[in-house]
Design a protein around this ligand. Structure first.
Ligand SMILES: [Fe+2]
Length: 238
């Protein structure tokens, strides 16, 4: 049976990223890499990407923005708090990528897989090419422009300490946007297809921001960042 007690791990305050978009970054147990939750304010409720249990003051701020309506569990490895959200907000619609469904459903019911989701006023989800149906990208289109929200396939982790931090830095998996070595092993099945899709996404009109699965959002030349990641995955032939 799932543990539905509202377990709050240390996290930062709710931070506004753009119009209708908010973010909370918080700790993971026994890991230096942090997780993040993205909140999109729709006209008729909140869309939460990778929800995490927040302290009551932050939950009160969140609920001032709206009621949780759609909740995205972006992979089978991001299911940590979904049973707690199911318990606290029974009316939510839970969305997940098809490949993650079985693992997520060991703790909480999934209502729709990505291809069954018609989108909302400001958001839609597409699978990321080259990773099968393991992960998608949330495409948020608001008044200011388009934000792309990824999961583990794209990270932008700051450098961090310890032995792991030194290894990440040495292999180039921290300090810049990248598809990490671990993601290439665990998620990516076709690097060229992924690179092609990242280049296509870089051409998105009105692109203002890329939000990686873990790490710092990119609003300074997000298209250029996606092209650089694609070029490292699949170097252009001269
Ligand atoms: Fe992750």
């Amino acid at each position: 049976m799932s543990d539905t007690s509202w377990r709050v791990l240390p996290h930062d305050p709710l931070e506004q990223l753009g119009d209708r978009l908010y973010r909370v970054e918080g700790d993971l147990p026994n890991l230096k890499i942090r997780r993040q939750m993205i909140v999109l304010v729709e006209d008729d409720g909140l869309l939460l990407h990778n929800p995490m249990c927040l302290d009551e003051a932050t939950m009160a701020r969140l609920l001032e923005l709206g009621q949780p309506t759609w909740v995205i569990v972006p992979s089978g490895f991001h299911r940590m708090d979904i049973a707690r959200y199911r318990e606290r907000f029974p009316g939510i619609t839970v969305l997940a990528p098809r490949a993650g469904r079985a693992r997520i459903e060991k703790v909480a019911r999934v209502d729709l897989v990505y291809e069954e989701f018609d989108g909302t006023s400001h958001a839609r989800i597409e699978y990321v090419a080259g990773v099968g149906d393991r992960e998608g990208v949330l495409v948020v289109d608001t008044e200011e422009g388009v934000t792309l929200v990824f999961n583990d396939v794209l990270m932008n982790i700051p450098h961090f300490g310890g032995v792991m931090g030194r290894i990440y830095r040495w292999i180039g998996d921290s300090g810049r946007p990248t598809v990490t070595r671990l993601a290439r092993l665990a998620i990516v099945r076709d690097r060229r297809a992924l690179a092609r899709h990242l280049r296509t996404l870089a051409d998105t009109p009105r692109l203002v921001r890329v939000v990686p699965g873990h790490g710092t959002p990119i609003s300074d030349d997000p298209a250029g960042a996606l092209r650089q990641v694609a070029d490292r995955l699949d170097p252009p032939r001269t």
